[in-house]
Design a protein around this ligand. Sequence first.
Ligand SMILES: Cc1cc2nc3c(=O)[nH]c(=O)nc-3n(C[C@H](O)[C@H](O)[C@H](O)COP(=O)(O)O)c2cc1C
Length: 192
Amino acid sequence: MARIVLMSGSLRHHSVNGAALATIRSILDRRDSEFHTSEIRVADLPHYNEDLDVGPGPAAVSAARELLIASDAAIVSTPSYNGAMTGTLKNALDWLSRPWKASSLSGKPVALLTASPGTYGGADAQPDTRRVLERCGAVLIEHPRVAIGSADFLVGREGTITEPLVVAELESLVDATIAAIARGRRRVPVAV
Ligand SMILES: Cc1cc2nc3c(=O)[nH]c(=O)nc-3n(C[C@H](O)[C@H](O)[C@H](O)COP(=O)(O)O)c2cc1C
């Protein structure tokens, strides 16, 4: 059983990034092998406060850390907010990067995508997001950039994306994630 954590940078009910992750979840559900997907909801995490980050920390934080540590990989989808990941996603990554030298993301294979109603699919958020994920100890899964543009036109009634070219891109990203898991990238303690 491979455990994959999905994390969206958007809090919106009709989020296109949420729709992209719902599509990935349905792709994984259709695969022969056994995959278990779960979600870290960034909205559940309080604003980062080092005063609260003692011991196990707030319940939602320790639950998110444990989920990520127990997972084999994560897939992160975020909108671009003014050329970077959303503040709520950055907040979640800050929580997950702690305690110091014990980041829940250390050695974790992470696939990244962005989605936006704009033409460029939030691609301008990717360099910063990659840099921060790597700073947190994550191992970015190698794959051609996935940035879903005009995404609001691609979401169907089921809340997933059905446009064949985009679904194929997401299938390919899922394949890369599964390959990364199969390569047995193990957690390596990294000082962050
Ligand atoms: C504060 C803010 C900044 C934004 N900046 C960008 C941007 O730089 N590039 C872009 O493509 N879209 C930008 N958008 C539009 C978002 O891509 C759009 O709201 C998108 O639907 C958010 O993703 P979601 O549907 O997953 O919530 C911005 C939206 C907000 C609220």
